[in-house]
Design a protein around this ligand. Structure first.
Ligand code: NAD
Length: 515
């Protein structure tokens, strides 16, 4: 059961009455109490009020959800439906999500701490992903080989993988889920979802909307709780055929190890340390906009954050000066305020980690050009806010250049040649995204081909489209989401050999002749 409790909240929450939500697990189409009887409270990272309570699921709860998903997969009532019928249901579901966009965006903004403007865009983007994935349910197809010999036919077909366990992070709770879930559903899989224990609200809400849309019970199950209790049980469970994980590289490696015992298919979307390479011949005003956007979007809690600015030396001073002036105008504020550009970091420990990186950057000899502080003024004293921070004179040896900070922190490093720019951009264990800015099309293509990342943005930053695959090189991941590649992740390939007409025995007649 989902219960709403109303609290009168303090004035810094726009004097709204806001519902603190209390959720059970969503298993086999029903709200179901967790076996532990415990709840995990989500306290707002922006103002300290309780926003929601999520059930603390256990390995036993996870196992019940897997059984529901397994039964639904094996009885074929989802996987063997015509693709067109699955598409219709996914589209109905997308329309219900669109209907509830404002409510879902508020939940997302409040639980993550992100600005409502961006939360709305995230919900709208998730609707697009669902509609695109629905279209793919129509066109799941295979190959036929007619060249095996005239009395033979070879069929290569795609089948749904089975039960897919999905583990998602807190920074984009809905969109990271929607890069997986509708694609798995389009392929005919059934699913068990483990959202982050900090931001489970939207996953639970959309699971209930799927039921309202007519998607059969047991196709989407949500088990909330910690990674240790629920996530580990999921990645080791024998009846889970695949794990699709988005989160940190450290946890991704652990999941791959845990899944190895049962030889599950594993898809991993992990961390990043993107470079934004600005050449002197770029439209520098556009680059300023893109570089700052890539730094502050989602408070920098963004796997593709353009956290390393690499700038051609001849234009560096003037560019950085303007960037600093713009950074000072970024509005740090409460999530539900439409004017807010940068909201709260996810929790106090994470804010302290970001502040510690700022201390390390100074200690390593980088020059702090702007920011570097916690923000508490104007009613932000109960939250975890950090202002936009820019370090110049950063060298590739520094930790702030190498490690994922996951806050609104930009490092600036200069280069003189194209060779040097490419080498600096690729000087990282990660390979999720990179950006480059130049008006020279030859240079743009040559450099983008040499950047070792799954996505490259040319004269723009942080664009996405459902039809464009997304994923990482190196330690940023394995596999691809979105696009047709995203659908294929959720399918197994089957070869079927068909003999036409009478088969000639291959065994010696001494064996073949006896009945
Ligand atoms: P995290 O790895 O700490 O947690 C992600 C999820 O894994 C959560 O649901 C968590 O409860 C669960 N988990 C934790 N330990 C587990 C275990 N042992 N077994 C199974 N599940 C476990 O990540 P986070 O802090 O929530 O998110 C931030 C990270 O996610 C960053 O590194 C960011 O770059 C990455 N990320 C990547 C992408 C991408 O598409 N590549 C997108 C968003 C975020």
């Amino acid at each position: 059961m989902k219960v709403g409790i109303f609290f009168e909240l303090s004035s810094n929450r726009l004097q709204e009455w806001i519902m603190a939500r209390r959720y059970e697990l969503f298993v086999d189409g029903k709200w179901t109490a967790a076996s532990t009887g415990q709840f995990i409270d989500r306290v707002s990272p922006a103002h300290g009020e309780i926003l929601a309570s999520f059930s603390a699921g256990s390995a036993e709860d996870l196992s019940n959800a897997v059984s529901a998903a397994r039964a639904r997969f094996d009885d074929g009532s989802w996987s063997r439906l015509p693709g067109a019928t699955r598409a219709t249901l996914i589209n109905k579901w997308a329309s219900l999500i669109e209907r509830d966009l404002e409510k879902l965006a508020k939940i997302e903004a409040e639980e993550v701490g992100k600005p409502i403007r961006y939360a709305r865009a995230e919900v709208a983007g998730s609707v697009d992903l669902a509609r695109y994935a629905a279209s793919l349910a129509w066109q799941l197809s295979g190959n036929a080989f007619t060249n095996l010999g005239e009395d033979k036919l070879g069929l290569v077909t795609r089948e749904a993988r089975g039960v897919v366990g999905m583990i998602v992070p807190w920074n984009f709770p809905l969109v990271t889920l929607f890069q997986k879930l509708p694609f798995a559903l389009a392929a005919g899989c059934t699913t068990v979802i483990k959202p982050s224990e900090l931001t489970s609200g939207t996953a639970l809400e959309v699971a209930a909307l799927a039921k309202e849309a007519g998607i059969p019970d047991g196709v989407i199950n949500v088990v909330t709780g910690t990674g240790q209790a629920v996530g580990e049980a999921m990645s080791t469970h024998r009846d889970v055929d695949m794990i699709s994980f988005t989160g940190s590289t450290v946890v991704g490696k652990q999941i791959a190890k845990n899944a190895a015992d049962t030889v599950k298919h594993v898809a991993l979307e992990l961390g990043g340390k993107a470079a934004n390479v600005v050449f002197a011949d770029a439209d520098l005003d556009a680059a300023l906009d893109g570089v700052l956007f890539g730094t502050i979007l989602n408070q920098g809690e963004e796997c593709v954050a353009g956290t390393r600015l690499l700038i051609e030396e001849s234009v560096a001073d003037a560019f950085v000066q303007k960037l600093v002036e713009r950074a000072k105008k970024v509005v740090v504020g409460l999530p539900l305020d439409d004017k807010t550009d940068v909201g709260a970091l996810i929790h106090e420990q994470h804010m302290n980690k970001v502040l510690e990186y700022i201390r390390i950057g100074k200690e390593e000899g980088a020059h702090l050009a702007v920011g570097g502080n916690r923000v508490t003024a104007n009613g932000l004293d109960k939250g975890f806010f950090v202002d936009t921070t820019i370090f110049t004179n950063v060298t590739p040896q520094m930790r702030v250049f190498r490690e994922e900070i996951f806050g609104p922190v930009l490092t600036v490093t200069t280069f003189k040649t194209v060779e040097e720019a490419v080498a600096l951009a690729n000087d990282t264990n990660y390979g999720l995204g990179n950006g480059l800015w130049t008006k020279d099309i030859d240079k743009a293509i040559a450099v983008s081909q040499r950047l070792r990342s799954g996505t490259v943005f040319v004269n723009t930053y942080l664009e996405s489209a459902p039809q464009m695959p997304f994923g990482g090189f190196k330690e940023s991941g394995v596999g691809r989401e979105n696009g047709i590649d995203g659908l294929m992740e959720y399918t197994e390939v089957k070869s079927t050999f068909v003999k036409l007409g009478k088969r000639v025995p291959v065994l010696p007649t001494t064996i073949a002749g006896s009945h």
